[in-house]
Design a protein around this ligand. Structure first.
Ligand code: BES
Ligand code: ZN
Ligand code: ZN
Length: 498
């Protein structure tokens, strides 16, 4: 799908479908395009009781009164209740809707008011991202003719006021990179775990490095090397699996880098729970337990297309969590790279074990200004925040603020949670330094974050629990059912702003 910016009057754009947006009862911009067209539109609005309320859609055959074949008028609701998030949803919903007309060429007119309220580059970026992300499909394994025959949208013309073209071009360029890489992460998540093994993730990392022409470097630690480094917690998780673990390190180190950042992604390629086996309904979607890893890989892939002024190291402790005769058992004690011991009372709380060693490795090799991890860590976070919102914990106000600002721009929903130090007692072990599950039932996402905080030393750090938004169980406007690629845009935006 190719996007083209044009300053053309929208009634003169030739397209199979033209989308225009309108706030409630503010139709003058639509009705100003010739008397005949105007009365036709007005009559249709009256007949179909179209008032421009939020997400109300009027679809018309234009009968040659304007150059486009079909016109879609999309309501935005009340202007004073409108915000940047609703802008994305409106665009996403309208692109979903036009799929039924099977257009090859689409044109879209973004309302003037958006440019008054927000900068042109961010408006165009948001609109292009919303359109691309809403149309994502994972059809690789569909063999029916119907899916194959579906005509894809080839071209999208974005009608932009002439004065805003150059800013809009910046937004478009960035949106294409962020959307493409978000979809890259979605593909990785949607692939079944029989494909997305730790070895496969390592191969993807290697190919990202290869395609980067030297900008991104990769190093893979095999089991023996991890053993030498003393990564007993990470290797403990991998013990039950026939798939070899791969500890993946990506680095992007431009000259004269401003800041040094470490990104850590949970990379459990399948989480059965281990011997603390999950019930089947909870296991069904557990191929998604490498979503954090997919996001980190996608962010590094973006560096090959868009230069960032910071040094970034990506760490993915990839392995599979399986039950077997060799698996870690409840009650076992593992020793981490920094010597801290963990009593493993539940083998399903495996993500934190792999992250403990990943953090320790990162901090022993790099001296980062910031460390950010993304992990599908706890069902408890979904209980607390639902399926759309990621929990965010951290120990540095300015880093937390910067990530909140980035999320505001990208429309990814995050919510600040407390690192409540009084709850630390709940993860004290009788016989080791710490235990991997808590005493009692409440606050499980917080105690998981507190567990991680035991391994961040004095680094400025933020943890995202993305168990909810990483994987959609039903379609949402911007994310079709399946892997979401949550955090790709957020991290890129954060790095751009930094
Ligand atoms: N990968 C899961 C968390 C998860 C649950 C992600 C649902 C996405 C959707 C994690 O490894 C896990 O199993 N956590 C346990 C921790 C518990 C045993 C303390 C959980 O949340 O039940
Ligand atoms: Zn688990
Ligand atoms: Zn898990």
């Amino acid at each position: 799908m190719k996007f083209i910016l044009k300053p053309t009057d929208w009634n003169k754009i030739e397209a199979d479908v033209l989308i225009v947006y309108t706030f409630e009862k503010q139709f003058s911009h639509i009705l100003a395009k010739g008397r005949e067209f105007s009365s036709f539109v007005q009559q249709s609005m009256e007949r179909e009781l179209f008032e421009g309320s939020a997400n109300q859609i009027l679809s018309l055959s234009t009968k040659g009164l304007i150059s486009a074949y079909r016109l879609l008028i999309v309501g935005l609701g009340k202007q004073d209740e409108f915000n940047f998030y609703k802008l994305r949803v409106a665009v996403a919903k309208s692109f979903r809707k036009i799929k039924e007309f099977k257009p090859a060429k689409v044109a879209v007119v973004l309302p003037e008011q958006w440019y008054h309220k927000y900068a042109a580059d961010t408006v165009v970026q948001a609109a292009v991202e919303a359109a691309s992300l809403s149309l994502y499909q994972f059809t690789k394994y569909k063999s029916d003719e119907e899916t194959k025959k579906q005509r894809a949208i080839e071209e999208v013309i974005v009608s932009v006021p002439a004065s805003r073209i150059s800013a809009a071009e910046q937004g478009l360029k960035l949106a294409q990179i962020t959307s493409e890489n978000t979809c890259f992460a979605r593909d990785l998540i949607n692939e079944p775990s029989v494909v997305t093994t730790p070895t496969f993730l390592a191969e993807i990392a290697t190919s990202i490095a290869k395609e980067s022409k030297g900008k991104v470097k990769v190093k893979i630690l095999e089991r023996e090397e991890a053993q030498k480094l003393g990564m007993g917690a990470y290797l403990g998780v991998s013990k039950g699996s026939d798939e070899p673990p791969k500890f993946i390190i990506l680095s992007y180190k431009p000259e004269r880098a401003k800041k040094r950042i470490v990104l850590v992604g949970k990379g459990i390629t399948f989480d059965t729970g281990g011997l603390s086996l999950k019930p089947s309904e909870h296991m069904e979607t557990m191929k998604m337990d490498m979503s954090g890893a997919a996001t980190v890989l996608a962010v590094f892939r973006a560096f090959t297309q868009f230069p960032i002024d910071h040094q970034v190291v990506g760490i993915i402790p990839a392995c599979e969590n399986m039950p077997s005769g060799k698996a870690l058992k409840p009650g076992d004690i593992v020793r981490t790279m920094i010597g801290k011991t963990i009593e493993v009372l539940n083998t399903d709380a495996e993500g934190r074990l792999t992250l403990a060693d990943a953090f320790s490795y990162a901090l022993s090799k790099e001296k980062p200004d910031y460390m950010i991890d993304l992990a599908t860590l706890t069902g408890a976070c979904m209980v607390a925040l639902g399926q759309e919102v990621a929990g965010m914990w951290g120990n540095d106000e300015s880093l937390l603020n910067a990530l909140e600002k980035a999320a505001d721009t990208t429309g990814e929903k995050i919510w600040r949670m407390p690192l409540e130090s009084e709850y630390k007692d709940l993860i004290k072990s009788d016989i080791a330094d710490v235990k991997n599950i808590q005493t009692g039932r409440y606050g499980g996402a917080i105690t998981a974050a507190l567990f991680l905080s035991e391994f961040v030393q004095d680094c400025k750090w933020v943890h995202f629990d993305i168990a909810g938004p990483a994987f959609e169980e039903g379609d949402t406007p911007l994310v079709p059912k399946g892997g979401a690629g949550f955090g790709v845009r957020l991290l890129l935006q954060f790095l751009i702003n930094l």
